[in-house]
Design a protein around this ligand. Structure first.
Ligand code: PMM
Length: 271
């Protein structure tokens, strides 16, 4: 069954929840709430990746992330850590995180592969072309599915060559990262086309391309108003067997996945 990864941004500037959980206590409380709502794991991030965001220092990222990881692990919650830095990944694994979620797929830090290979942990490799200040200039594709497939395959090759077990790599198309709104839909419509038979994570929650899809006269245009659209993506992703969805509203995602399971169970019973 598809897993729910709850988003916990311990940042002042993420696009939809920036500044809400930027103390360790507030972040920990929100992480516990996500788990209680139905998240199977909580994804802790200390650096915003929204378009135009500036990088935080390694020290600042560690200060934001490690106490929250420790607190969640102590509470018995499975944790992934959203970081592009090998040093943060190593410290987070030391603090009990079980998965590293690297939006750069190992491109941002040449030391990342060695940390993952050494830990033998699950690793999410997202399709990525550049840091947030440059990514919007790199959003042209002739064939988005083929180019994402090839660029992810190159990451898998490099990671594997550095000692990472390919079975530990989870692929993510990087929705909204160096992609105009229209480029995200072919990636959702043809998951095997870029992922083959690898495990897949989909991170669509509250993103701008969903806002564009549901836009109509008089409709609230805030990021949080995209939660129903996000839940529709979760249902479709679950129906297609993705490994996990990365979402802000964990309870809604769990409900959608349960509904898909009930529907699919009835189909199997009728066969
Ligand atoms: N999106 C964001 C941050 N981290 N990680 C993965 N693996 N996939 C994503 O799509 C992704 C990510 C940006 O969204 P946020 O500001 O809501 O965290």
């Amino acid at each position: 069954m598809t897993l729910v990864m709850g988003i916990l941004n311990v940042t002042p500037d993420s696009f939809s929840d920036g500044g809400r959980w930027d103390t360790a206590d507030a972040a920990l409380a929100h992480g516990i709430r996500l788990a209680r709502d139905g998240a199977h794991l909580v994804d802790v991030g200390g650096e915003s990746t929204r378009p135009g965001a500036e990088r935080v220092s390694p020290e600042e990222e560690l200060t934001r992330v490690v106490p929250v990881v420790s607190g969640l692990v102590e509470a018995g919650i499975a944790v992934s850590v959203d970081t592009m830095r090998a040093s943060t990944a190593a410290a987070a694994l030391e603090a009990g995180a079980s998965i590293i979620n690297d939006v750069s797929g190992g491109l941002a830090d040449p030391e990342m592969a060695a940390v993952i290979a050494g830990a033998g942990c699950d690793y999410i490799a997202m399709h990525w072309r550049a840091h947030s200040t440059q990514m919007d200039g790199l959003d042209r594709y002739d064939d988005v599915v083929a180019e994402v497939r090839d660029e992810l395959a190159a990451r898998v090759d490099a990671l594997t060559a550095a000692g990472v077990d390919p079975a530990r790599i989870i692929l993510d198309p990087g929705l909204g990262f160096s992609k105009v709104a229209a480029s995200n839909w072919p990636l959702l419509a043809d998951i095997p086309g870029w992922a083959g038979d690898a495990r897949v994570l989909i991170g669509a929650s509250r993103k701008r391309f969903l806002g564009a899809a549901v836009e109509r006269e008089g409709r609230d245009a805030s990021a949080a108003s995209r939660d129903h659209a996000t839940t529709a993506i979760t249902a479709l992703a679950a129906e297609r067997g993705v490994w996990a969805v990365r979402v802000h509203d964990a309870g809604a995602a769990r409900d959608a996945i349960s509904v898909v399971s009930a529907w699919q169970n009835a189909e199997h019973t009728q066969e």
